[in-house]
Write a protein that binds this ligand. Structure first.
Ligand SMILES: *Cc1c(COP(=O)(O)O)cnc(C)c1O
Length: 362
């Protein structure tokens, strides 16, 4: 890597492509002859509107988003979406959630404030190390939607197959897998993703929502900001948007288009994850936490089974240039987040380091 940077395995905010950071650096003081930085620019200016419009158009191209879906940039990160989804989509006041780990549990807790929540499948029995069978869920007829967290960032598990929603609207939190592989947008009513995991800086979520789910009136006490329709009707500029994040994610969208799109990312991500999982499966010291059929390509969770050994590994890895390998504080263990921007060499170097560590700690 150039610039003496570290291999950063953080779950988020996380690595961004160096080429994108270089472009941002080059445009920092004078964005394309405007005489100002994008941070200093009115969101109503011609230059910024072009940034916004290109970001929307490029994302549409990248994900093949049909015309009857709106792309929204909403502030408040991922956590805001836990509330906005039920506020906007619970027409009958009933929803189904699949419980697969920390982030789906948070979504469930928030949704309960707004209506009846049915947990229709769960992998709690095995500490959220697998995705439960969702082929025949017990979904009430009047359920407004079925909600999943498609990649559980903390637990390191991901869906191989979407749930059978039996005709109900599917809502997916794609935060930690957004643009890591192709997805058929038409399978969903709403996809949302906090962008600081795989696409940009913190403080914003991308929401892709089917137009028929937008409602002008979501109740007299709902904050105007929390209605998706507010953002849809005002090109995400009802108020001052997160201009900086929109600019940065737009750059990443262009970078992805230039480098083969999500199909190329998927291929690269499968190869990268295999380097790590193959090693974990034959290691005597480290053990992968997730079950083989549910393993995430983005967040690889593992442990030695000894907290002191885990801590020693994190410390020595950091000294060797591999940062942020500690598992989330809520579940412990170890985790390597290997999003789009993590080069394959980074994963290979990590595995080489792990082999050395294993040999030294037999
Ligand atoms: C990080 C994360 C969130 C929460 O995002 P914030 O922007 O920190 O609120 C929600 N869901 C998933 C899957 C995440 O990885």
């Amino acid at each position: 890597m150039k610039y003496d940077r570290t291999y950063n395995f953080s779950a988020g905010p996380a690595m961004m492509p160096e080429e994108v950071l270089e472009e941002i650096r080059d445009e920092m003081l004078n964005y394309r002859g405007t005489g100002m930085c994008v941070m200093e620019m009115s969101h109503r200016s011609k230059a910024f509107l072009a940034i916004y419009e290109e970001a929307v158009a490029d994302l549409k191209k990248l994900m093949n988003i049909p015309d009857n879906y709106k792309i929204l940039f909403v502030q408040g990160g991922g956590t805001m979406e836990f509330a906005m989804v039920p506020m906007n989509l619970m027409k009958n006041g009933v929803a189904c959630y699949v419980e697969t780990g920390t982030w789906s549990k948070k979504a469930i807790a928030e949704a309960k404030k707004f209506g009846e929540v049915n947990v229709v499948a769960s992998s709690k029995d095995k500490d959220y190390t697998y995705i439960p069978d969702c082929s025949n869920l017990d979904i009430p007829e009047n359920a407004d939607y079925v909600y999943i967290c498609e990649n559980e960032t903390i637990n390191g598990i991901t869906y191989q197959q979407l749930p059978n929603t039996k005709g109900h609207v599917l809502v997916s939190d794609q935060s930690s897998m957004f643009l890591s592989r192709p997805c058929n947008v038409e399978d969903y009513g709403l996809i949302w993703a906090g962008v600081q995991k795989n696409v940009g800086p913190a403080g914003m979520a991308v929401v892709i929502i089917r137009e028929d789910l937008l409602r002008e009136d979501i109740g007299p006490k709902a904050p105007v900001y929390c209605n998706y329709n507010t953002h849809a009707a005002n090109d995400s500029m009802y108020n001052t948007p997160n201009c900086w994040a929109i600019y940065c994610v737009g750059k990443v969208f262009k970078y992805l288009l230039k480098n083969g799109g999500v199909e190329a990312m998927e291929k690269k991500n499968i190869e990268k994850a295999a380097v790590l999982y193959d090693y974990l499966d034959q290691s005597k010291l480290f053990k992968a936490s997730a079950e083989a059929g549910s393993r995430s390509l983005m967040n690889v969770t593992f442990r030695t089974g000894d907290d002191e050994m885990d801590a020693k590994f994190v410390k020595e890895a950091k000294a060797a240039g591999f940062d942020n390998l500690k598992g989330h504080r809520s579940i412990g263990g170890l985790r390597a987040s290997i999003y789009n921007a993590m080069p394959k060499e980074g994963v290979e170097a990590l595995v080489a380091f792990m082999k050395k560590f294993e040999a030294e700690n037999e």
